[in-house]
Design a protein around this ligand. Structure first.
Ligand code: CA
Length: 220
């Protein structure tokens, strides 16, 4: 999952980035609103964590800019205890907010809720046929048996499971799995797919020739 973090406090930004990466997110971290608006125009994210108090443009402005053409889930961070700010944020299209200072576990839980709501899901457990992914616990089971996956294998499986009927192209999967500053081997996605098929079931992930991959939700 590719996440844009917009936070100007270096210590806090670094802490959030590390925690989110540990959770399996690909995190792009920017410390100002101008760069954030440019990134949102040209890049593809799954979710945004946006601080409202930024050094250049107000976070609200970034939110309004985004909302002109995108329904991307946005979680706002605010240090201000002003109720009006939070209301303005929610009215401006934020999906939820977290008040600073916050516990990182709370931020992670709120993010899961925001993502779930965006996907129209009620449960934190994703089920596709005999595949079950518990996002909060990072547990994958296949036909009731726990499966141990490497970080990127897990992230890839999660992306496929979140869109079970959709073909995910290789470039799209690459962008969801790797950050701007990471080198990606040209066959990286194929290698992860190969491992997933071996660890789960070879028919679970279908190759759509020339396009990409999708889970085969008809599998029993
Ligand atoms: Ca700030």
């Amino acid at each position: 999952m590719r996440l844009l973090l917009v936070e100007d406090d270096p210590l806090l930004g670094d802490g959030i980035k590390t925690a989110l990466q540990r959770e399996g997110y690909v995190v792009e971290w920017l410390d100002n609103g101008t760069d954030a608006m440019a990134a949102l125009r040209f890049d593809d994210f799954s979710v945004v964590v946006l601080d409202l108090g930024l050094p250049d443009v107000d976070g609200m402005q970034v939110l309004r800019h985004l909302r002109r053409k995108s329904a991307l889930p946005v979680l706002i961070l605010t240090a201000r205890d002003d109720v009006e700010d939070r209301i303005a944020g929610l009215d401006g299209g934020a999906d939820d907010y977290v008040l600073k200072p916050f516990d990182l576990q709370e931020l992670l839980a709120r993010l899961r809720v925001v993502m779930r709501r965006a996907e129209g899901r009620a449960s934190q457990v994703l089920e596709v046929g005999p595949l079950r992914i518990d996002e909060a616990r990072h547990q994958v089971t296949w036909r009731g048996e726990a499966i141990s996956l490497a970080r990127r294998e897990y992230a890839l499986l999660l992306e496929l499971a979140r869109h079970p009927d959709k073909v995910m192209t290789r470039p799209r999967l690459e962008s969801l799995l790797y950050g701007w500053d990471e080198e990606v081997a040209s066959n990286a996605v194929e290698v992860h797919i190969h491992h997933l098929r071996k660890k789960l079931d070879k028919s679970l992930i279908a190759t759509v020739r020339g396009i990409g991959y999708r889970l085969d939700p008809r599998i029993e």
